[in-house]
Design a protein around this ligand. Structure first.
Ligand SMILES: *Cc1c(COP(=O)(O)O)cnc(C)c1O
Length: 383
C-alpha cells in the first residue's frame, strides 16, 4: 500500500479539527441593513458576550469602521476589555451598570453605566459628588419585562426629590421589549405606551427601546437609538418573515475516520443507534464541548456539499458520528471538512433542531475551533 502524503501542518488551519469562519463583511452588511431600516435613529451595536461568541476584538472595530459609535456590553469587565479595541470617542454602555464598589472602574475607563435601580442611582450620584461633576448616565425603565429598570413609582419618587437626579447627566433612557420576536404580540405596543408615559416624567433625553426584533416592528419602535445584537450576527429577527440578514458564521469540522457498521453493531454512548442495514459512518471532530448540544442529535446533520449527513447516535464531548453511506468514499477521506453551520444549515436551523434559539447556538460555540475572519470582499460561503 502506498504511504499517503503527510499534510504540512505548519498552518493552524491545516491541523485544526474544526474551523469557524466569521464573515466581518456580512456583519457590516447586516449593520447597514438595520441602520437603513431605522434611518433617523442612531444605530448602536450590541457586542456583549464577546460579540455573541464571535470575538468582540474583531467585530467591534469592523462595526466602528462601518459607522457605529455606541457599543453595548452587559458586564463592566466586558466594557473594560472593549475599551482597548475601539477609539477613545466611542461610547461604551454597560447594561448591568456597576456592582456595588465598582463604580470607580466604570468611570476610570470612561464607560457609561445603565442605572437599573434606585440603589445604582444613589451610588453613581455619590461618585458624581466625589468627582465634583455630573456623570454621563443612562436610565433603564421597566415597561413590563420585570427584569431590569425602574418602575413608574420609583421614577415619580426620584423626580419628586430635588436631589433625586443630582449629578446624573442623563444621556439616554432605555427599556427592553419582552416579546418583540412576535410582531402580533400586543405586549410590545403596551410596553411602548408605558415608555412614552414614563419618559415624560423625566428631564428630556434621547430614548431607546428596540433591539434587533424591535427594529423590525416598525418606525414607532425606533425612537432615537436602536440596539441590535443578534441581527448583526445573522440571527433571524422573527419567525414570521424570511430572514433578511446575511449569514455570518460557517463551521466546518473534519472527518477523523470512517467505518462500516452492520445490524449487529451499535454506535456511540449507550449504543442508541443500531443500524437496520449495513451503513458507512464517519466520526467528525466536533462535540458538545464545542457547542453542539446533545439535545440536537436526533435532528442534527452535517452537509458535504449538497449531501445531507444525518447525525447517528449520541453526540460525544469531542466528536459525533454521521451517516456517509450515500457519499462516495473518495469524498469522505479522513481530513475532509464537512459543514455543521454553513450555506445549507444556518444558526437558526441548528437551534430549531436542538430546541433552542440562534442566540444560544452562537454564544455556545466553543473556544477550540481554529477561527478565521473574512474581510475585504472574499466570500466565506463559497465551498
Ligand atoms: C442583548 C440586549 C440587546 C440586543 O438584543 P438582540 O435581540 O440580540 O438584538 C439590546 N438591549 C438589551 C437591553 C439587551 O440585553
Amino acid at each position: 500500500m502506498p504511504v499517503p502524503p503527510i499534510a504540512d501542518t505548519a498552518w493552524p488551519h491545516a491541523r485544526a479539527g474544526a474551523t469557524l469562519t466569521i464573515d466581518l463583511d456580512a456583519i457590516r452588511a447586516n449593520y447597514r441593513t438595520v441602520r437603513n431600516l431605522a434611518a433617523g435613529a442612531e444605530c448602536a451595536a450590541v457586542v456583549k458576550a464577546d460579540a455573541y461568541g464571535l470575538g468582540a476584538a474583531r467585530v467591534a472595530p469592523a462595526l466602528q469602521e462601518e459607522g457605529a459609535r455606541t457599543f453595548f456590553v452587559a458586564h463592566l469587565d466586558e466594557g473594560m476589555a472593549l475599551r482597548r479595541h475601539v477609539s477613545a470617542d466611542a461610547r461604551i454602555i454597560v447594561l448591568h451598570g456597576a456592582v456595588p464598589g465598582a463604580e470607580k472602574d466604570c468611570l476610570h475607563d470612561d464607560l457609561i453605566p445603565v442605572l437599573n435601580s434606585v440603589d445604582q442611582i444613589q451610588r453613581w450620584r455619590g461618585l458624581a459628588h466625589e468627582a465634583g461633576r455630573a456623570l454621563p448616565s443612562i436610565l433603564q425603565l421597566d415597561t413590563g419585562m420585570s427584569r431590569f429598570g425602574l418602575s413608574e413609582n420609583e421614577i415619580r419618587a426620584i423626580v419628586a426629590d430635588p436631589d433625586g437626579l443630582r449629578g446624573i447627566d442623563l444621556r439616554l433612557v432605555i427599556s427592553h421589549l419582552a416579546c418583540a420576536d412576535d410582531p402580533d404580540d400586543p405586549a410590545s405596543t403596551r410596553q411602548r405606551a408605558r415608555l412614552v408615559r414614563m419618559r415624560a416624567l423625566l428631564p428630556p433625553a434621547p430614548v431607546s427601546l428596540a433591539a434587533s426584533s424591535g427594529v423590525f416592528l416598525g418606525r414607532d419602535f425606533h425612537f432615537d437609538l436602536v440596539r441590535p445584537g443578534a441581527a448583526l450576527y445573522g440571527v433571524a429577527p422573527n419567525a414570521a418573515t424570511p430572514n433578511p440578514m446575511r449569514p455570518v458564521v460557517r463551521l466546518q469540522a473534519r472527518i477523523l475516520q470512517t467505518r462500516h457498521v452492520s445490524p449487529n453493531d451499535g454506535v456511540g454512548y449507550g449504543l442508541t443507534y443500531r443500524p437496520s442495514a449495513m451503513r458507512r459512518i464517519a466520526t467528525i471532530a466536533t462535540g458538545y464541548a464545542d457547542g453542539f448540544m446533545r439535545s440536537g442529535a436526533a435532528r442534527g446533520c452535517a452537509w458535504l456539499g449538497d449531501m445531507q449527513l444525518p447525525v447517528l447516535g449520541r453526540i460525544s464531548m469531542d466528536s459525533m458520528t454521521v451517516d456517509v453511506t450515500d457519499a462516495p468514499e473518495t469524498l469522505t477521506r479522513p481530513g475532509t471538512m464537512v459543514d455543521l453551520l454553513g450555506p445549507r444549515r444556518g444558526v437558526d436551523d441548528v437551534a430549531r433542531a436542538a430546541g433552542t434559539i440562534g442566540y444560544e447556538i452562537l454564544t455556545s460555540l466553543g473556544h477550540r475551533y481554529h477561527r478565521a475572519y473574512v474581510a475585504g470582499g472574499s466570500d466565506a460561503f463559497s465551498s
